[in-house]
Design a protein around this ligand. Structure first.
Ligand code: NAD
Length: 428
């Protein structure tokens, strides 16, 4: 039978597996397998050329037992109701595993951001908020950036919400620009958070990080700061990154055996994480097919692009040297590939633990918005490191005590916390 790479089917399959391990009650499963609410919106936008284009948007609220729904808004041409549902469900587990008082939500609009002018993007962001302002808010549902969206867009959305409600409400959205209600350290947070968990995994596996190499898929926000942390905090080498080339409509791997020069590569990358490959070639980088990143002789693989990238087929190309897979992206590994990684003894740091640094710092942003008092970058990153290390330790202890794979352990910790909150609120 062909592998099902539908993200929501995958998210439900992962949940069902752990629900079986935990012997979860039927009524609890009925609540947690599905989003509590979802909104589908059609957004007509005036384009610069005078035409009107209609965009399909979604906001899904999976579970708010532990606090307001929380999760990014993705602008991507392959977005569907099911990808948004899956991402919303993973947000519930992510906030629970990081032990922050928030639930799970996610949003999306079907488009390639790069095809819109700045004014068109602003109109679309404002239209999204006009459609959904009644169901979002600091105590209801707090969006944030994700693939294809950025701090400026969050600033526009916050402004629109504040206009509609007649109150300056920075806490309606996180990932805003610094100086416009944003938190220092948010930009680095997800990538650095990935590296804090890799550091902890290496401690347990007794690996000397300075002798290690990483291969990374993607070169956007998460990948760039994961690369930065891998090189500058762990002292390791990053031997490749990869990206999606919009002109060629193809993915490429950009590699250098003796380690990439991060500042140089960031200098030739646009705001969408697309690398100028001619300049890379000129500087001695090798350009290969987008799938090649997974075959590299590295100690650590960091998928930091999209879901379903390590699947039944690609998993067999992973080099024997690989000891750790640190999932910077959401849902990068299919359940079939997971079984192979399990049998090979690869240490997987599951997505909703590994990339929880973004939402944790978003939570810090909301706290600072509520206090109207802002922390220094050092304070934010120290608090983030503490939270990520505690989250890693909690999952690692569960994995050891129950003798289960890290992903299952992360689900166990998260589901337990969400179920407890539902019980305390009298839902069960
Ligand atoms: P981004 O838009 O900044 O970057 C995405 C990168 O992936 C770009 O370099 C793009 O070229 C590359 N890419 C796209 N398709 C590719 C392909 N087929 N092969 C290789 N590269 C490809 O996005 P981001 O914010 O870095 O997010 C990356 C992943 O991390 C997503 O799964 C996202 O949901 C997840 N995530 C992001 C955050 C955050 O704070 N940004 C937090 C948690 C999880």
């Amino acid at each position: 039978m062909a592998e099902n790479t539908n993200a929501f089917a995958m998210a439900q399959q992962q949940f069902d597996h752990v629900a079986d391990l935990l012997g979860l009650d039927h009524q609890i499963r009925e609540i947690l397998r599905w989003p509590m609410r979802e909104y589908h919106v059609r957004l007509p936008i005036h384009m610069d050329d005078g035409s009107t284009r209609v965009f399909q948007g979604y906001r899904v609220q999976h579970n708010d037992a532990r606090g307001p729904n929380k999760g990014g808004i993705r602008f991507h041409p392959a977005e569907t109701a099911d990808t948004v549902r899956a991402l919303a469900m993973w947000m519930t587990w992510k906030c629970a595993v990081a032990d922050i008082p928030l639930g799970g939500g996610k949003g999306g609009i079907v488009l390639d951001s790069a095809t819109l002018s700045t004014d068109e993007k602003q109109r679309l962001c404002r239209a999204f908020v006009r459609s959904l302002w009644r169901v979002i808010g600091p105590r209801q549902d707090v969006p944030a950036p994700d693939v294809g969206t950025n701090a400026q867009m969050m600033g526009w959305m916050m402004d629109e919400y504040s206009h509609i409600t007649g109150m300056y409400t920075p806490g309606v959205i996180t990932g805003k620009p610094v100086g416009g209600g944003g938190s220092l350290g948010r930009k680095e947070a997800t990538g650095y958070g990935v590296i804090y968990t890799v550091r902890e995994a290496m401690k347990h596996l007794k690996i000397d990080s300075t002798q290690t190499k990483a291969a990374i898929q993607g070169f956007g926000n998460v990948a760039q700061y994961a690369a930065d942390g891998f090189i500058n905090q762990l002292g390791g080498k990053v031997i490749c990154v990869s990206y999606w080339d919009r002109d060629d409509r193809a993915a490429y791997t950009v590699s250098k055996e003796d380690g990439i020069d991060l500042d140089f590569l960031m200098g030739i990358t646009d705001q969408y994480g697309t690398i100028n490959k001619d300049q890379a070639v000129e500087a001695g980088y090798q350009i290969e097919d987008g799938d090649e990143w997974i075959t590299k002789e590295a100690d650590v693989l960091i998928p930091a692009a999209l879901e379903g990238q390590i699947n039944a087929e690609s998993v067999n190309k992973i080099h024997d040297r690989v000891k750790i897979v640190a999932e910077g992206a959401n849902g990068p590994t299919t359940p079939e590939a997971d079984d192979v990684l399990k049998s090979r003894g690869v240490f997987v740091i599951p997505d909703f633990l590994c990339n929880a640094g973004g939402v944790t710092t978003s939570y810090f942003e909301g706290v600072q918005n509520d206090m109207n008092f802002y922390w220094t970058k050092t304070e934010v990153l120290e608090k983030l490191d503490d939270k990520m290390t505690q989250a890693f330790d909690g999952v690692f202890e569960m994995a050891q005590s129950q003798d289960v794979f890290m992903r299952d352990a992360a689900y166990m910790v998260a589901i337990d916390r969400v179920v407890k909150a539902m019980e305390l609120r009298g839902w069960l």
